[in-house]
Ligand binder design. Sequence first.
Ligand code: 13P
Length: 267
Amino acid sequence: MAVAGGTTGRIPLIAGNWKMNLDHLQSIAFVQKLAWTLKDARHDFAKVEVAVFPPFTDLRSVQTLVNADDLPIAFGGQDLSEFDSGAYTGEISGQFLKALDTKYVIIGHSERRQYHGESDEQIAAKLAAAHRNGIVPIVCVGETAADLETHGPSAVPVSQLRVALGGAAKGQEVVVAYEPVWAIGSGQPATSEQAQQVCAALRAVVAEVLDDEAAAATRILYGGSVKAANIAGFMREPDVDGALVGGASLLVDEFSSIVRYQQHLGT
Ligand code: 13P
């Protein structure tokens, strides 16, 4: 089981990808309420890490709040440029994210792949940019419904991860998120067995491209229609170390309940 203090030693991570929701004022209210709710529930942040991924325009506000109130909530960007500076209108440099204390950055989300044509090679370059700037990349991989029918569940995410990890710097942390495209926003999550099967295959890719030590240490998240009602099933699987949550991360009580998945494990 992927529980801190369990056999893996990996600290579970529950990450909320807000996508294009909540402006900077709403982000302050949300993060404050999230911190209060989790503190009231006596959440042990050392046992399950919590991170939010607001839009870029919110990050400075979230940073100011988190630093001022010393909140145990990590935050990150939803994307970054593969370049550090220059004539790239509209892009965000890893240097700027680092200057805002962002710990993580999401890379290669399926919505970036689909709507912005991001290739595996570009995602590898973004992973390199994150590492160059001391930010932990959360690399998203996942198959579409058509891929699933043609190739089965593992082939596409495995090949996406193999290319993306080409950008990894030696010894630097990577987080992987398995997000089947057909499960995102559909209300139809993968089964925990499906998630386990693919996450195990992805861990084998980390071992192959990086090394066994990295594979043992790397957290692999599941994402796609995660809710409080289904998180426990995923977290019981040995190769699932957390979740990347979309829609349910916009509801404070629901997201807090996902973070506190240990309370659902007995049910
Ligand atoms: P949903 O949780 O809304 O399915 O979104 C998942 C996702 O894309 C997180 O990055």
